[in-house]
Design a protein around this ligand. Structure first.
Ligand code: DC
Length: 222
């Protein structure tokens, strides 16, 4: 039987990974796994329970009470509550960057991501998919864009969603998260040696999708 295809997209925050992964998944009929949403859900749960995110043990203790489901219409459920919108606030973004540094959290979520990835043709986006979660992925993409481009995209997204937005603050927060994600001890964000760099700064969404689809068709050709 033909082996399932595994596509890994890693890169810094707000580089457009999830937008591209969703579009490609839809075109190819692949399962999309948003691993960032899982770290966000942990942070969101801790916030709802008033758990101090800087208290590693207290955060790890929450894991036994956390059940995360990602649906194929791209909704995120935390213990049966739809948290799709709730996990996108700037506060949860900051929190997810903190909890993603903790070993117990990473182990719990990585195990679950590997299980999900074994269920069919999949595309996952995150920070450590090609380096740690699925180092044997068939296609690894390292998607980047300049800080300015990423801040502007996030700013427009926030405005569209009716959220408060200040471009300078967003840029500063992106830089802080880049630093935190790239410099943590466990599974820091870095390009896998065999990943293909896709710089989206000067490309439209359609152009990036086309690049990824071409790369997938090469994988299919073998
Ligand atoms: O992709 P995102 O912005 O939704 O990710 C939220 C946070 O989770 C981000 O700060 C880094 C962390 N993360 C991670 O450490 N590993 C992943 N595979 C995905 C996200």
């Amino acid at each position: 039987m033909k082996k399932n295809i595994v596509v890994a997209i890693d890169g810094p925050s707000a580089a457009g990974k999830s937008t591209i992964a969703k579009l490609v998944a839809k075109k190819e009929g692949f399962i999309y796994i948003d691993t960032g949403a899982m770290y966000r859900s942990v942070a969101c749960y801790c916030r709802m329970q008033n758990v101090d995110l800087n208290d590693e043990k207290a955060v790890a203790d929450c894991l036994k009470d956390i059940r995360i489901q990602l649906t194929q219409d791209n909704k995120v459920f935390l213990n049966d509550e739809d948290v799709t919108e709730k996990i996108r606030t700037d506060e949860v973004s900051r929190g997810s960057s903190i909890v993603s540094q903790y070993e117990a959290i990473r182990k719990f979520l990585v195990d679950s991501q590997r299980e999900m990835a074994a269920t069919g043709n999949v595309i996952l986006d995150g920070r450590d998919i090609g380096t740690v979660v699925l180092p044997d992925a068939d296609l690894k993409i390292y998607q980047i864009a300049s800080v300015e481009t990423r801040a502007l995209r996030r700013y427009k997204e926030n405005i569209e969603r009716g959220l408060e937005a200040d471009l300078d603050t967003i840029k500063k927060e992106i830089e802080e998260r880049d630093y935190q994600d790239m410099n943590r001890t466990i599974s820091p964000l870095k390009k896998a040696d065999d990943a293909i760099v896709v710089d989206t700064s000067q490309l439209s969404l359609d152009e990036v999708v086309e690049v990824v689809l071409k790369l997938i068709s090469k994988v299919k050709e073998g």
